[in-house]
Design a protein around this ligand. Structure first.
Ligand SMILES: Cc1ncc(COP(=O)(O)O)c(C=O)c1O
Length: 414
């Protein structure tokens, strides 16, 4: 049954709560290392009663388009070395981008990677020498930093600024930083994690032209591009500059169809020289089951995705109305894309604090506080809304109660 925003209580396939404990799910067990670096935390609920709103994967099963394709591939029974040799996968993915984004690319420009993250790491090593630099806009997805600094390249950040309640690029700062002759690579996140901005044509052109003038390669991470609020559109950066060799585009079925564990991503490299260097470092082999799943969803996953988007819109509407009613000092705009809610909750806390720890210990909600996003994330939390609506509601109630309890405590002490 289709879920509608107007009727957010109607049953949907996305309402089903699925227990992920016992499956080595990063979401369930990886938070201690990633969020707390192994430090002690005082949790009041049992592991199975925690609400996981952090890592960006979904609590929903992948579509039948993926599982049917995987099952068919498994039935074949032979799983020898596999690579993206014929045109079938290219045709499926290129017609997906043509249909949904109005952008296509040449067959020889497509490379398959075991994820966007490994591609980011690899591109830093290929493009930047040891003393050269990488830039991104903050707040930012943590792996942009890791991709630079774990290879001993310096990360330069340009802080987004809030203008009329929305995140904007500080073009003067961006221009100044891009002019550093040591700066060779810009990680653009489009749509942007964690703010959910879908950069418009003017913003894209402004950033791109500054990068072109300064000979900075743009790696446009567009992994969230299919997860738009209904009615929104996404313009791939490369679509604005079809003849440019200075843009690498990263897209994947991982976020769109909840296939992150299958480890497959699409990297489009139009510069033949860069493509050669990519090939020297990256073997062309791909997991045959992942390849089948990715082709399956690009061919047959469209209906499921649009149903998912309506459901996510409903989850965002719930967060918006709950916050206005119960936590009115929170600042929140429904994002243009992603399934991530980026909320300024600072008014409820007397001083900047580690909100990841606060909500884990006081609400048993595992979320990512602003400190996880490199810089410029103070007072914010990021909630992953790709889960059943009942879970979103319970999370919000626990957060509200934990804030109320803390305020009562402070009042009693004073
Ligand atoms: C902007 C961005 N890039 C890349 C990734 C991870 O991509 P992959 O799972 O394909 O490595 C994420 C996951 O959250 C992300 O938000």
């Amino acid at each position: 049954m289709t879920q509608s925003v107007d009727n957010p209580v109607s049953p949907s396939r996305f309402d089903q709560v699925i227990d992920r404990n016992g499956f080595n799910a990063m979401s369930q067990v990886g938070y201690r290392d990633y969020l707390f670096k192994g430090e002690e935390i005082n949790l009041t609920h049992r592991q199975e009663d925690l609400i996981m709103m952090w890592v960006a994967d979904m609590a929903f099963p992948a579509p039948r388009a993926a599982t049917d394709a995987m099952l068919r591939r498994i039935e074949h029974g032979v799983f020898g070395y596999t690579a993206n040799m014929d045109d079938t996968y290219y045709n499926a993915f290129n017609s997906w981008t043509m249909r949904r984004l109005g952008w296509g690319f040449e067959r020889e420009q497509l490379f398959i990677s075991s994820g966007v993250i490994p591609a980011l790491f690899s591109l830093v090593e290929i493009v930047c020498a040891r003393d050269e630099k990488v830039m991104t806009l903050t707040p930012a997805y943590g792996f942009f930093k890791h991709a630079a600094t774990r290879h001993q390249r310096e990360l330069v950040t340009s802080s987004l600024v809030i203008c009329d309640g929305n995140y904007r690029i500080d073009l003067e700062d961006f221009r100044q930083k891009a002019a550093d002759p040591k700066l060779k690579l810009f990680f653009l996140c489009h749509p942007h994690n964690p703010t959910g901005r879908v950069w418009d044509r003017e913003e894209l052109c402004q950033m791109a032209e500054i990068c072109f003038e300064n000979d900075v390669l743009i790696v446009s991470d567009e992994v969230h591009c299919d997860l738009l609020r209904m009615g929104n559109t996404h313009q791939p950066l490369a679509g604005l500059y079809p003849d440019s060799h200075s843009i690498v585009t990263c897209m994947a079925p991982s976020k769109t169809f909840n296939l992150a564990g299958m480890q497959i991503a699409n990297i489009v490299i139009p510069d033949p020289e860069l493509a050669e260097r990519w090939k020297e470092r990256n073997l062309p082999v791909v997991n045959p089951i992942s390849l089948a799943a990715a082709r399956g969803v690009y061919e047959n996953g469209e209906e499921w995705l649009d149903e998912l988007r309506v459901y996510l819109d409903g989850n965002f509407a719930l967060v918006k109305s709950f916050l206005s009613e119960h936590l009115p000092a929170a600042k929140f705009n429904v994002p243009e894309a992603t399934y991530l809610a980026w909320i300024d909750i600072g008014s409820y806390f007397p001083e900047t604090m580690n909100l990841t720890r606060f909500f884990a210990e006081n609400a048993s909600v595992i979320l990512e506080g602003g400190e996880m996003f490199i810089a410029n994330g103070e007072n914010r939390i990021r909630l992953n809304l790709a889960c059943p609506r009942s879970v979103v509601l319970e999370c919000l109630k626990r957060m509200r109660d934990s804030i109320a309890d803390t305020h009562n405590l402070i009042r009693q002490i004073n």
